[in-house]
Design a protein around this ligand. Structure first.
Ligand SMILES: Nc1ncnc2c1ncn2[C@@H]1O[C@H](COP(=O)(O)OP(=O)(O)OP(=O)(O)O)[C@@H](O)[C@H]1O
Length: 310
């Protein structure tokens, strides 16, 4: 993994990392160092700075390692040297203004960007030590190791039961008792069992939006994924349904490793253990959620989490 910048507590002119909040990277005059506006403008002009990665994130066991990852959509660069380790059995939130690359980064984890032919990447991602981008990787098998939930619930036009056991069905599982067991366990895990246990044979399309999203989470956890990828899973839901999904994420914490993209900073602060703040394709600061929201290292993070831009 790229040598991260450990944050302001370790930096001083004496340790060779430069003055103020800036580490290595392209030279920027010191008078910019504590002014979020000038550094954000420098980034808008194309400059990059080392991410401020808090030590706590490095001390975790990582289910996923993202290493100096870059991505281009055609000529346009959308991710710049992103490095981060995603903690095992914890919730990690990606936040940042619209267009900063949160969804792009998430979609790279299960190689969804492979589906676009103008995408080029550099760098590495590893799932439990296995390279995600090794040319020898079987992408279908790789995706089975991950669960993905999108902004809009996407239940399949089939029964609730068949939706949940779908990942096992496509793997050829036919044992009824096993399928029933997985269905119940996954629906319980997604906090939906009590609401649907008497209508498992009914179409999933008859569920409310919030129920459909919990069904999608049940389907995602049915195959016991190594990492659960949630791309703004509440953005199409009302506040009550959103609250239920947030409660569910809290319950899944400890058992599943979750990487979630959210627009909603309150949501990130409520549900995540770690938060990464991104800006224009750069990882700006990554640390324990409590620190990011109450004692961030970078003035840019302070400006963003206090709503001064974005
Ligand atoms: N398929 C694509 N082709 C070209 N450019 C794209 C594509 N998808 C995203 N981008 C660009 O890449 C950048 C990052 O987009 P991305 O959707 O990852 O950001 P985001 O932080 O998830 O934004 P939002 O919060 O609005 O969903 C943006 O400039 C976006 O316009």
């Amino acid at each position: 993994m790229a040598q991260p910048n450990f944050g302001s507590e370790l930096r001083s002119p004496a340790d060779g990392m430069g003055a103020g909040l800036l580490g290595g990277g392209p030279a920027v005059s010191d008078d910019q160092s504590n002014d979020p506006q000038s550094r954000l403008e420098a980034i808008e002009r194309g400059e990059s700075f080392p991410a401020d990665v808090h030590r706590a994130t490095l001390e975790e066991t990582h289910v996923l390692d993202i290493e100096e990852f870059n991505l281009w959509y055609g000529e346009k660069k959308a991710l710049f040297d992103v490095s981060m380790g995603i903690a095992l059995n914890k919730v990690t939130a990606l936040i940042g203004p619209s267009g900063c690359g949160k969804s792009t980064l998430l979609r790279c984890v299960n190689r969804m960007n492979d589906l676009l032919d103008n995408v080029r990447i550099e760098g590495q991602m590893k799932l439990n030590g296995d390279s995600i981008y090794d040319p020898a990787v079987d992408v279908i098998e790789l995706r089975k190791r991950m669960g993905m939930v999108f902004q809009k619930p996407n239940p399949f036009p089939m029964s609730i039961f068949e939706n949940v056991v779908y990942p096992l069905r496509i793997d050829g599982e036919r044992r009824r008792s096993l399928l029933e067991e997985v269905c119940e366990r996954s629906l319980r895990g997604a906090a939906l069992w009590d609401e649907v246990k008497d209508r498992l044979k009914e179409s999933a399309l008859g569920l409310s939006g919030g129920q459909q999203q919990r069904l999608c989470i049940a389907r995602a956890i049915a195959a016991e994924p190594e990492v659960l990828l949630l791309d703004e899973p509440c953005s199409a839901l009302d506040p009550v349904a959103t609250g239920k999904i947030e409660d569910l994420i809290q319950e899944l914490r400890g058992e599943y490793s979750i990487l979630i993209v959210t627009h909603n900073m309150q949501q990130a602060s409520r549900i995540s253990d770690y938060t990464a703040f991104m800006y224009l394709g750069r990882m700006m600061e990554y640390g324990p959620t409590a620190d990011i929201f109450t004692a961030p290292h970078l003035p840019e993070t302070t400006a963003y989490v206090t709503g001064r831009f974005g």
